[in-house]
Design a protein around this ligand. Structure first.
Ligand SMILES: Cc1ncc(COP(=O)(O)O)c(C=O)c1O
Length: 389
């Protein structure tokens, strides 16, 4: 179906016109890299009859990812959340751990699930990443660690957080779920802190259907995590550690290997789309697009806009207009983890320390990006936002 022309409010679906898209346009529709390469690998898996349990695809995937990131170890896992849980446990975190509230709730849940209290620290309003001064304010005698999140693939304040961790004897790890392919001072994300945790969920720029990994230069930590992700088995019949089932399966590794070869193309499309959004949206008052540091690499997967007070339409009015057109823009990560259960009931006053989190949560919209988003679609999204504003 050709995209409709939008000239005025009357052309909008919220005012009774047909929607711009007949199929939902998602924020993170999965990127399928090289279909033929993936299917060839699936054939090999079936021929091998080795479907899981550290098979050849997973071993190759781990080697290739470690090489790509320039890190010693990549421990592949079934998803990013289990990877977070295993990394947290392997690092020996306990008591209280400082995290941003402004992140996907899995960062906090991975702690709480293991009886650890997530303590929410505020972010910088311009960066959406942890504010080091806010982190300092949340340290108590029970604090054992900090989990920085590289939100939108933009590096957390790594050096400042490392300095705080060193000063207070805390462990520092990173939730790098958004940051595959990003750099900090020209060095790949994946090499900072004690370890970094990636998600390769279908909605991420680089996906393995479901999947995740922990990367580290620490031999002992890597070995502990390898044991933990496979029930603590060291060889046959020999369990030497408590563990769980965090294994990545072969077909996921095959998808990852096919997508790794296509990753540069995926990033090129995302980056081109990001520029197109920037050009298109700059004529709308009160709308600003979060930018990426031109001196660092980033997958440009997330197109994050903020709706300021000077925009004639509110954030929620714009979201409603887009959803009516079948454009499933999101308010990620509204309302903030501290407002989600069980944290909302456990820490009803957390918001008092989270001024910038509350402010950002009130104005953010994440727009669709990825291989399936065309220039025309971006033009239509712009026309909708302009007409409603
Ligand atoms: C910041 C962040 N952390 C953790 C996760 C959890 O990863 P997964 O979905 O692979 O379990 C996600 C996303 O899904 C995320 O966005």
């Amino acid at each position: 179906m050709p995209l409709k022309t939008i000239r005025s409010k009357a052309d909008l679906a919220i005012n009774g016109a047909p929607p711009a898209f007949d199929q939902p346009l998602h924020v993170g529709r999965p990127n399928i890299g090289d279909r033929e390469a993936f299917l060839r690998r699936v054939g090999q898996i079936l021929d091998n009859q080795w479907l899981t349990n550290n098979g050849p695809m997973v071993q190759e995937f781990e080697r290739r990812i470690a090489e790509y990131l320039g890190v010693k170890h990549c421990v592949a896992m079934c998803n990013g959340t289990i990877a977070l849980e295993i990394a947290i446990r392997a690092l020996g975190l306990a008591g209280e751990v400082i995290v941003p509230s402004w992140t996907f709730v899995a960062t906090a849940h991975a702690l709480y699930w293991q009886g650890i209290t997530p303590v929410f620290a505020d972010i910088g309003p311009a960066t959406h990443n942890l504010d080091p001064d806010a982190v300092r304010r949340m340290i108590t005698p029970r604090t054992t660690g900090i989990i920085g999140v590289h939100l939108w693939g933009r590096a957390a304040p790594i050096d400042e957080l490392q300095a705080i961790a060193d000063e207070h004897g805390l462990k520092l790890m990173f939730d790098a779920a958004h940051a595959f392919g990003s750099t900090h001072h020209g060095q790949n994300i994946g090499r900072f802190g004690a370890c970094e945790v990636f998600s390769f969920h279908a909605t991420k720029a680089f996906n393995t259907f479901e999947g995740g990994a922990v990367t580290t230069d620490d031999d002992e930590l890597a070995e502990t995590m390898r044991l933990m992700r496979n029930f603590g088995f060291k060889g046959y019949d020999n369990v030497i550690h408590p563990g769980t089932n965090g294994k990545m399966i072969e077909v996921c590794a095959a998808m990852g290997l096919a997508n790794l070869d296509a990753f540069d193309d995926i990033v090129a499309v995302n980056t081109r789309n990001h520029h197109a959004y920037r050009e298109a949206l700059k004529d709308i008052p009160g709308i600003s697009l979060l930018s990426y540091d031109p001196n660092e690499r980033n997958s440009h997967h997330y197109v994050v806009i903020e709706v300021g007070d000077d925009c004639p339409a509110s954030r929620d009015e714009i979201i409603a207009a887009l959803h009516a057109e079948n454009i499933l823009a999101r308010k990620y990560f509204w309302p903030g983890s501290h407002m989600m259960q069980p944290y909302r009931d456990l820490f009803p006053h957390a918001g008092l320390m989270l001024e910038h989190t509350r402010e950002v949560a009130g104005k953010v919209i994440v727009l669709p990006n990825g291989m399936d988003v065309s220039d025309k679609a971006i033009g239509t999204i712009h026309a909708i936002i302009r007409s409603v504003s």
